[in-house]
Structures are given as C-alpha cells and as structure tokens.
Design a protein around this ligand. Structure first.
Ligand code: AMP
Length: 221
C-alpha cells in the first residue's frame, strides 16, 4: 500500500507515520527529513532547499521529487510505504502518479485547526540525531533537552518560529489543500480527526487502514 499522509504542518503526520511503520511495517518517507538531511550534508540541492525551508516556502518540485524517487526505489519500499509531506501541491501529485507503483494508493488527511498547529509547533522540539519529535510541554521536558530514544540533543526547528509557522500555514491553505479535491476525485481520499492525543488519532488511522485492507481482500477473493 502506498499511503499518503496529508495535513497541515504540526498535524502529526511524522509521528503517526512512525507509528504506522511500527505497526504495519510500511517505511515512513518524510519529505522534510530528506530535505533537512541534504541541508545537513551541505549537498547542492540541500543548500538550494535551505533558502526556501527557512522562509517557510516550498522547495522546487524537481529537488524533492528526485529525493523521493530515490528513496522509493529502495528495497524496503517494495511492499508499501507511507509518504509524509509529499506531495504538497497538485504538480507534485501529478509527478508522483508517473512514479511506478504496484501498490494500492490511499490518502489519509489528518485534520487539525490552525490554532492547534500554532500551539503544537511552538512547543515542538526535534532530535538532531534520530529526528524523533517531542512536544516539550506535554513531555514535561524543561532544562535538559535530550532525546529519550538516543540521547541526542533536542532543538527547535528554525521554521517552527511564529512568523515562519504563519507562512507555512498560508502555503498549506493555498497549495496543499487543493489536493483534497484532487484525491477526492480519484476516490482515494479519507479524512481523520487529528485533534486529541497521539494514541487516539492513531486508533482512528488504524481503523481506516484495517477497513481498507479488508475491502481490498474482499476484492481479491
Ligand atoms: P515538514 O518537515 O514536512 O514540515 O517540511 C519542512 C519544510 O520542508 C517545508 O516547510 C518546506 O519548505 C519543505 N518541504 C517539505 N516537503 C516538501 C515538498 N513536498 N515540497 C516542497 N517543499 C517541501
């Protein structure tokens, strides 16, 4: 199954993508992580991408597409994968359709209000080593900001500053939200309520995935 997670920044795509990977075994492919890793390595694409990321704008389609294609081509994606943060506009969705996929495609849109996004992102910290995500308020992390999983340093992302959050939300509403209609027309769009605790949202996503699995098995039978 090729699962596409839609939703604004801070809707929980990354966290839910990790949980989906743990439970169903589909590797999570995060467009943001791929880009940040290229920035960290200082590759030419990474340097170009950094300028857009810092401003909260979308990186050029061809830069992110090449990274996604390379990642999807790896062996562990043969039985399915989850895309987190790709596609983010209609032209990326059209390009993705050209990338050969034997898997059935499903889109899950994690719905949250803008006010929730602002609240979540302003207390979001990320591990510089393993990219694990923390809400430091909820996790009760105060002084020593270290990753519970690998001990790495936790930092706030540059683009989680209030001005950049505003811009990212605007980009989401102007560009990414058009994908709702795009995928509705293709009959593969499903929405879940993304408000509430991580485990509650995950339960909603699991019931959707299980339903889709059952339907596809009925079709095969
Ligand atoms: P994320 O970690 O998904 O919130 O992404 C962080 C930033 O990376 C975004 O604000 C964009 O600047 C860039 N980015 C992530 N995914 C894409 C994409 N599919 N297309 C273009 N830019 C992207």
């Amino acid at each position: 199954m090729r699962l596409i997670l839609l939703g604004p920044p801070g809707s929980g795509k990354g966290t839910q993508g990790d949980l989906i990977e743990e439970k169903f075994g589909f590797p999570k492919i995060s467009a943001g992580d791929l880009l940040r890793s290229a920035v960290k390595q200082g590759t030419p694409s990474g340097l170009k991408a950094k300028k857009s990321i810092d401003k909260g704008e979308l990186v050029e389609d061809n830069i992110i597409l090449e990274m996604i294609k390379k990642r999807i081509g790896k062996d562990d994606c043969r039985n399915g994968y989850t895309l987190d943060g790709f596609p983010r506009n209609v032209s990326q969705a059209e390009l993705l359709e050209q990338v050969h996929s034997e898997q059935e495609e499903t889109v899950i849109d994690i719905k949250v209000d803008d006010s929730t996004v602002v609240k979540r992102l302003s207390s979001r910290f990320i591990c510089t080593e393993c990219n694990n995500i923390y809400n430091i308020k909820k996790a009760g992390i105060k002084d020593e900001k270290k990753c519970a999983r690998c001990g790495g340093k936790l930092v706030q992302r540059e683009d989680d500053r209030p001005q950049v959050i505003k811009k990212r939300l605007a980009v989401y509403h102007n560009e990414t939200e058009k994908l709702v209609h795009y995928y509705e027309k293709r009959g593969i769009y499903k929405a879940v309520n993304g408000e509430g605790r991580i485990d509650e949202v995950f339960q909603r996503i699991c019931s959707l995935i299980n339903k889709i699995y059952m339907q596809s098995q009925e079709c095969e039978a």
